[in-house]
Ligand binder design. Structure first.
Ligand SMILES: [Zn+2]
Length: 145
């Protein structure tokens, strides 16, 4: 499968419940969502559903063709979070204020760093989303489109 057609896009979007599978930003708040190849096509990654995830443009843009990162805490290389084979809650958690994303593992740390999941503009946006009661997201709360 070389292309992501409408049916595949719908599958990926609905499977993610309309949330970025990295930073959990909701499609209805963050307008620009993309389909990410978890293993990039440039590294032989397929366009099959098990190599695709729903991602906001920010996470996907910073991810580029990376599949790993160096953990500053241990100075060792770790793969980026894979939403198809790993559970988000095993690697990430929200700080008490719901704004800062915290890592629970080295995989979480390298993914937050590589995808800049706590960049200033996102923190500002999350602050507003928390005030609006939209964040942290509840899966299934936001309709997919
Ligand atoms: Zn994201």
């Amino acid at each position: 499968m070389a292309q992501i057609d409408d049916a595949l896009r719908k599958l990926v979007t609905e499977r993610a419940a309309g949330l970025c599978e990295y930073c959990q930003a909701a499609q209805l708040i963050v307008v620009y969502m993309e389909i990410d190849h978890i293993i990039p096509r440039s590294q032989g990654g397929s366009s099959e559903p098990d190599n695709l995830c729903f991602s906001c443009r920010g996470c996907n843009g910073y991810k580029q063709d990376y599949v790993s990162g160096i953990d500053a805490q241990t100075n060792t290389e770790h793969p980026l979070f894979n939403p198809r084979t790993q559970a988000w809650n095993d690697h990430f958690e929200w700080a008490d204020d719901g704004i800062l994303l915290k890592a629970k593992t080295a995989v979480g740390r390298v993914t937050i760093e590589r995808l800049r999941m706590n960049r200033d503009d996102v923190l500002s946006a999350r602050n507003l989303w928390v005030q609006a009661g939209w964040h942290p997201p509840i899966r299934g709360r936001f309709p997919t489109r």
